[in-house]
Design a protein around this ligand. Sequence first.
Ligand SMILES: Nc1nc2c(ncn2[C@@H]2O[C@H](COP(=O)(O)OP(=O)(O)OP(=O)(O)O)[C@@H](O)[C@H]2O)c(=O)[nH]1
Length: 608
Amino acid sequence: MLFETIYQIIQSLFIFGSSLCLAAYPAVSILLSKLPKVPVILIFAHLFLLAPISSFCLPTLVVFDQAPAAAVSKPAAAASKTTVGPAVKGLDQLKISNANSAGNSDSNASRPQSQQGLSSTPGTGTATPTDSGTPLVKTKRRIDVAAEYAKHQRDRDTINLVVVGHVDAGKSTLMGHLLYALGQVNERTMRKFERDAEKIGKGSFAYAWVLDETEEERSRGVTMDVATSSFATKNRKFTLLDSPGHRDFVPNMISGASRADVAVLVVDASTGEFESGFDGNGQTREHAILIRSLGVRQLVVAVNKLDCVDWSQGRYADILDRLLAFLTGCGYLREDVRFVPVSGLKGTNLVRRIDDNGDSAAPDELRSWYVDETDATQGKPRAGPCLVDLLDTFTMPERPVSKAFRLAVTDFFRGGTFGSSNSVSVSGRIAQGHVQVGERVVVVPGGATGVVRSIDVDYVSEEWAVAGDSVVLMIQEVDMQQFSIGSVVCAGPPAKPIAAVQRFEAQLVVFDPQVPITNGFPALMHIQSLNVPVVVHKIIETLDQRTGEVVKRRPRHIRKGATARVEIRSETPVCLEVFKESKELGRVMLRKNGETIAAGIVTQLFSK
Ligand SMILES: Nc1nc2c(ncn2[C@@H]2O[C@H](COP(=O)(O)OP(=O)(O)OP(=O)(O)O)[C@@H](O)[C@H]2O)c(=O)[nH]1
């Protein structure tokens, strides 16, 4: 304070002196002109000296007039344009924020400070310190993802569609042909698939090659892992998950199905083939039960290879009756299940109706009976809907966007599009919530944190993603060893991450195990993409499936088809949610000796 006062007095004296000199200058110069011997140069030198000093003093005075607090409370737009030194408290903070919004600084600077990420919320676009305290997150402005999603929901919402069915039912051929007919595969590629498939004696698999991409799958003519693709119909966008039908690959099929909203169940209508998929241990039954247990409600049944039975209406009707009885018995609603007669190989009834404006090559047998009943009542029968028509009417499932972010990891690998060695790319479907670039996330189990550096949604780079999106997140500042299949990436603090437990209670529906389930029964538990050994530690009680009332307490075993409450223990920590909190992360499936024996929901978690 004292220094300031003295400094101000000196400045005032200088200003007063220089003003006096200026005012007196004309009179003095006349006087000097009469006295040529006086050293005029000295007087001019004095004036020149005073001028710069006073021009320096004036702004300095203005700065000291402003209290530091006033500078902080100024809007950021004004503050970011002021080139005042770092001594002015508060402005250095703004500079960090602006520097962090590289490439976005213009738009950021013009917004009020409250919107510039100056809040202390982690991962919200501020200079978030790392463990070592250094600013880490080079984020863009914080996006209100829920609001953005609400605005663009219709344009961007994608339905995850899984294709299931018994081995060789024709799933890959059907979907490969559909993708080709929708223009997702170009002519040249298709002709190449045909030539190459022909060369190895697998000509009939050419369309399947669109989805079966590995050499082993192609040479064996068997899908082994889930293939992902995408396509759009008039009103819907789909992420397609083509799953394997062979019983050896059911775990892969579960991994695909656990990401699905809706399904196409493909059945082979040819003589004897429908029966081998449906009766006994066929995968038609197992897949239908599995996807229902995983939460899939809406189903299109593609009755395929009808060309092999001359498009027989009787065969179609028989398959429809048998499947409908079975499907409604295992929890599907009649109105959520639709049937369509098709040939994946010939491309019949896939993307066009078989009436006049549609497929001119459609067989007359099919034309004769496959009519749309609603139009028939108006006296002008037209062909029934094709596969794409039915896909187009799937109801968009609700996305739990407002819940805390959770992504169950399906796959992970070091680095990513930026080739950064200290980052890990993880793929999976967002089970709930949303995420954006720059956000801090936590990996469970383990609790390691990292920062989302990039997001790919269906192979397109995006700033944010929401529940239901199939994504690849590149996460920085986290070690690859922190991840495993089944890890769950969660919103960072202060949000509560998912629990990782080794003991929990579940309500199971038991299918048809070879050996009855008793206390201490070992099994393999599937949750999302994770398979983990567990033990049914204790059967608590059996329940009435319809009313939920207790039938028997502490029974010795669980009968086929019964519902029971059990305690399950796992060898390693598993990320789980109680079903009523999260439908996606609260479902479990038990398998034993390659057979699905039970499916259910998590009802309680125990920390120890
Ligand atoms: N005639 C006829 N053959 C078909 C039809 N659809 C598929 N196929 C044949 O059935 C065989 C198996 O087809 P895929 O598409 O590989 O069957 P898939 O269900 O995907 O097999 P997996 O995934 O390994 O279970 C191939 O030889 C196809 O050409 C059809 O509509 N009609």
